[in-house]
Design a protein around this ligand. Sequence first.
Ligand code: MEV
Length: 448
Amino acid sequence: MESNDEKEISGFSKMGKREKIAWLAKNFLYENPIKIVNEFAGFWHDNVEAQKLLDGFSENTLTNFPVPFGIAPNFKINEKIFAVPMVIEESSVVAAASNAAKFWLSRGGFKAHVFNTKKVGQVHLVYRGDKEKFISFFHTIKTELIFGVKHITSKMEERGGGVLDMELLDFTHLEPDYYQIRAYFETVDSMGANFINSCLEEFGKLFQQKISESPLFTDYEKDTEIVMCILSNYTPECIVRAEVSCKVSELGTFDNGSMTADEFAWKFERAVNIARIDPYRATTHNKGIMNGIDAVVLATGNDFRAVEACVHTYACRDGVYRSLSMCEVKDGQFRFWMDVPIAIGTVGGLTSLHPLAKRSLEMLGNPNARQLMEVIACVGLAQNFGALRSLTTVGIQAGHMKMHLPNILASMNATDVEITEAQKYFEGKVVSVVAVRDFLEKMRSTNH
Ligand code: MEV
């Protein structure tokens, strides 16, 4: 059996970048280490300072992993036109967003509105003792707790944020002696994770201290344990609505005129309703929405995992995983909208460090967090509209495979001439891996 000894390492993080790659090549890739080092180094930034900045974002960095950065122009949102930056590796997503943006541009555009931006944090703790006394003590010292973090919150308060409120929740029926301080925050234009976590850790310490100093508690009861202090990525009150609407008759015709606006509206509404009742469909439906949301979240240097986690919890808030979007066709009017929780920031973190994230924000007019939430939600809705429009008319594969053609050709090592010929040949034809392979084989055999 192969030995694992060489694969274990200590002090890896202290090695230089070339050394790290060479070690990896020797122990896990088994190709000529010089070739692998050169391959990885080929993706390093030419500018040493820029590379240093990127390396600093993470740990054990070997190289960069390039992903396309594109824009979806023609987004009319609350009467303002945007060219929206999107970072995504999946073909046809940016095209679908751009097409949907153009479609709604001449039909009033998107409307968006932020309802609230409340964030949440939790101190999870264990208290063994008299419940009533504990709860009433929390209420008497709550203001002191909030005041006790002023040294952390004062700057945020100057910007209009801070700690909004907190409550003590009793979970002892589910987990022995487990209580939770749930705190609510306004973090204005920052995502606020560090701010919230700092406040929570201070709340935990202060709460423990107040209990230990209080004559109300026995020594046994004073032995309160803080299990952990951390923000919650579930922010059901950090909500933005994105919406489009028009007269059904204004929708136009579809599938080369073979589908009327009425038929389309009926089928589209049906497709959304299916995703509202069936979690299997809802998951794919929402994945399409997240294609748009994640791409803008990433382009603006925000945390897409946090947004993803929150959105999916929100999608099953009534106990069943459902579509985030909704559609209503009533009295000749088509209305398509979505309420979605998006906790992001436009200051702090990567937003102000990553040069392309900064450019993304600049091209969006340096929005505040609320404005960025609106843009992100509209792109999610546009993406969903684009996917459902294809699905309910010509099917998804026609457009998707057309956009995917360059990737198929690249995977078959097509030359520039072959790519040009293939693109001409597949114009108006159905693209598939088999069809592309056949085409290339024929072309290559005739050229021999
Ligand atoms: C593919 O990335 C996304 C879709 O599957 C979304 C959908 O089915 O609604 C096209």
